[in-house]
Design a protein around this ligand. Structure first.
Ligand code: ATP
Ligand code: MN
Length: 481
C-alpha cells in the first residue's frame, strides 16, 4: 500500500477508509496518541493507537524519533487542534529510536546544541520549517529569472583568477603539502600542480557571468561561493550560496529596479507557498524575543515585517547623503559608534548601516555612488566627479536586522578606464586578459549584483544566526558533517 503524505491527509476534504502514513514519532502520549511528522508540513498528524489490542512490546517501541508506518481510517478528530486523525488499525515500527539516547527530545533545545547536531536538528519543527522555506525560496529565485528570460549560468567553482578581490580565498591544490615542488628560485612550483597554475575556490562568479551577459543579454548564477572569512560573525559563512544576475545594457538605476523587484517577488512567492511554516517561525521569534530587552526586540512580527518590505519602496540614498546623516547622528556625536564618521570617504561599518536602516529610515535602504577607493576595480567611474572625490556606480542594499544583503554595481565598460584602474591598484592585466576581452570586443553598459542567499533566508525566516539557515554550516574551526 502506498503511503500518503501527512500534508495531504491533513488537507483532505473528507474522511477516508484505510490510509497509510509513514513518518517519525514526535511524541507519544497516554500510551495512545502518536504525533507523527513526515516532513511534508510543519503539522503532525495525530494517530490514535488501540492500546488495548496492541502488544505491550510494540507500545514500548513507539518512542520519540522512531520511524513508523501506520494504517487505519482517516476520521474526524474528537480532540481540539486538528480536523482529522488516523484511527490506527495496524502499526509497524520501521526503525527504533532509543529514547534515552535520541538527542532531539520533545523539549526546547538551544540553537547551539542543535548546531552540534545539524544532522538531526532538521527533525525539529523550527528547522523543518526553515529548510522548507529555503527550498521554496530557491525555487522562487529560478522562477523569477526564468519567467523573464534570464539564462542560468554555472560559473566555475575552481577559479584560476586571483583578482576577484571579494574576500580571502581557499586554495585548491593537489600538491603534496609535506613535500612541495620548488622552482630554482625556491618558490612553490605551481606548474607541477594539477591545473599547472595556482587555483582557488571561487569567491564570486561575477567576472565569468559578465562574459556571458555580453552574449546572452540577461544571465544569473546561483551557486556556492567560498570565502575564508576569518571573523566569526552571525552574518558570514565560509561556504555560502550566492545569486548573481548580470544584465547587458542595464545602468545602475535599472540594476536597483531589478534587485528590488526580485527581492519583493521571491518574498511574496514564499509567503504564499509557506504560510504555515512562516506562521510557525513568527511564533518562534516572538517566543525567543521574550527573553530579550525591549530595545533588542523586532519592531514588527515576522509576517508584518515581510509585508512591509513588499509594500514599501526601498529608500535610495547616495553615499554622500548617508555620510551627512551619519555625521550628524546622535551616536556619532556622542561617540557611541565604535568607528566615528569624521569625513567623506570613510568606509561604512555594519553599525552605520544598521543605524541608517533600523533607526533613521526604518525601511530597506539602497546606498549608491560610493567613493571609488573603497570599492572594487570593476565598478563604473561616475562622470563629472571632483578630483579626489571620485565615486563609482556601486549600490549596496541594506536590510533591517541583517545589514548588507546585496552588493552590486554598474560595471566599467570603458577599456582604457578599466585598465588604468587595474594598473593603479596593481592587478595584472595578463591575468584578466579574458575579462578585458569583453571590453575589447563589443563592450556595452552592463550591471549586476550579488545577493547572499543565506542572508535572504535569514530575513524571511526571522532567524538571527546565519549558521541556522544553511543545512551544514562551514565557519572558522567548524566543518563537521
Ligand atoms: P560583507 O560586507 O557583509 O562582508 P561583502 O561586501 O563582502 O559583504 P559582496 O562581496 O558584495 O559582500 O558579496 C555579495 C553578497 O554576498 C553580500 O551582499 C552578502 O549578501 C553575501 N555575502 C558576502 N560574504 C558572505 C559570507 N561570508 N557569508 C554569507 N553571505 C555573504
Ligand atoms: Mn565581506
Amino acid at each position: 500500500m502506498k503511503h500518503t503524505k501527512v500534508k495531504d491527509l491533513l488537507n483532505s476534504t473528507k474522511t477516508l477508509h484505510e490510509v497509510n502514513a509513514k513518518g517519525w514519532v514526535r511524541t507519544f502520549r497516554n500510551n495512545q496518541f502518536i504525533a507523527l511528522n513526515d516532513g511534508s508540513t510543519i503539522h503532525n498528524i495525530q494517530c490514535v493507537v488501540d492500546f488495548e489490542n496492541t502488544p505491550e512490546e510494540t507500545l514500548k517501541r513507539i518512542t520519540t524519533g522512531a520511524a513508523v508506518s501506520v494504517t487505519g481510517d482517516l476520521v474526524e478528530s474528537k480532540g481540539a487542534g486538528q480536523k482529522f486523525e488516523i484511527q490506527v488499525k495496524k502499526l509497524e515500527i520501521l526503525g527504533d529510536s532509543d529514547a534515552e539516547k535520541f538527542p532531539m527530545q520533545p523539549k526546547k533545545h538551544s540553537l547551539e546544541f542543535l548546531r552540534e547536531n545539524a544532522h538531526l536538528r532538521v527533525r525539529t519543527n523550527a528547522f523543518g520549517a526553515i529548510m522548507r522555506v529555503r527550498s521554496v525560496l530557491s525555487f522562487a529565485v529560478h522562477q523569477y529569472f526564468q519567467e523573464r528570460g534570464f539564462v542560468y549560468v554555472n560559473t566555475p567553482v575552481i577559479t584560476g583568477a586571483d583578482a576577484e578581490g571579494a574576500g580571502e580565498m581557499f586554495q585548491v591544490t593537489s600538491l603534496p603539502l609535506d613535500n612541495l615542488p620548488k622552482t630554482e628560485e625556491g618558490n612553490i612550483d605551481y606548474k607541477k600542480d594539477f591545473f599547472g597554475k595556482h587555483t582557488n575556490l571561487t569567491v564570486s562568479g561575477q567576472l565569468e557571468a559578465e562574459t556571458f551577459a555580453m552574449a546572452l543579454g540577461q544571465v544569473y548564477t546561483f551557486g556556492p561561493t567560498f570565502r575564508a572569512e576569518n571573523s566569526n560573525t552571525s552574518r558570514h559563512l565560509a561556504e555560502f550560496w550566492m545569486i548573481e544576475p548580470e544584465v547587458a545594457f542595464n545602468d545602475l538605476d535599472d540594476n536597483m529596479d531589478l534587485a528590488e523587484d526580485f527581492i519583493q517577488y521571491v518574498i511574496k512567492y514564499t509567503m504564499e507557498k509557506c504560510a504555515d511554516d512562516l506562521k510557525f517561525l513568527e511564533g518562534r521569534l516572538l517566543e525567543e524575543e521574550k527573553s530579550k530587552p525591549q530595545a533588542d526586540r523586532s519592531e514588527m512580527p515576522l509576517l508584518e515585517k515581510l509585508n512591509f518590505v513588499l509594500e514599501n519602496n526601498f529608500k535610495r540614498v547616495s553615499y554622500t547623503e548617508a555620510i551627512d546623516i551619519l555625521r550628524n547622528s546622535t551616536p556619532n556625536k556622542k561617540k557611541k559608534f565604535q568607528y566615528i564618521i569624521e569625513e567623506w570617504g570613510a568606509d561604512l561599518q555594519s553599525e552605520h548601516e544598521r543605524f541608517l536602516v533600523e533607526k533613521h529610515f526604518k525601511c530597506p535602504v539602497i546606498l549608491y555612488d560610493y567613493p571609488a577607493n573603497i570599492k572594487a576595480f570593476y565598478m563604473r567611474l561616475n562622470d563629472n566627479t571632483e578630483p579626489g572625490k571620485e565615486t563609482v556606480r556601486a549600490m549596496d542594499i541594506l536590510f533591517p536586522g541583517i545589514g548588507e544583503i546585496v552588493g552590486g554595481s554598474q560595471r566599467e565598460e570603458r577599456l582604457d578606464v578599466l585598465m588604468e584602474k587595474m594598473k593603479t591598484i596593481g592587478i595584472d592585466e595578463e591575468e584578466l586578459w579574458w575579462y578585458l576581452d569583453t571590453r575589447r570586443f563589443g563592450s556595452a553598459v552592463h550591471s549586476g549584483f550579488g545577493l547572499g542567499f543565506e542572508r535572504l533566508v535569514l530575513f524571511v525566516t526571522g532567524m538571527t544566526n546565519i549558521r541556522d539557515v544553511i543545512p551544514f554550516p562551514r565557519t572558522p574551526g567548524s566543518a563537521e558533517f
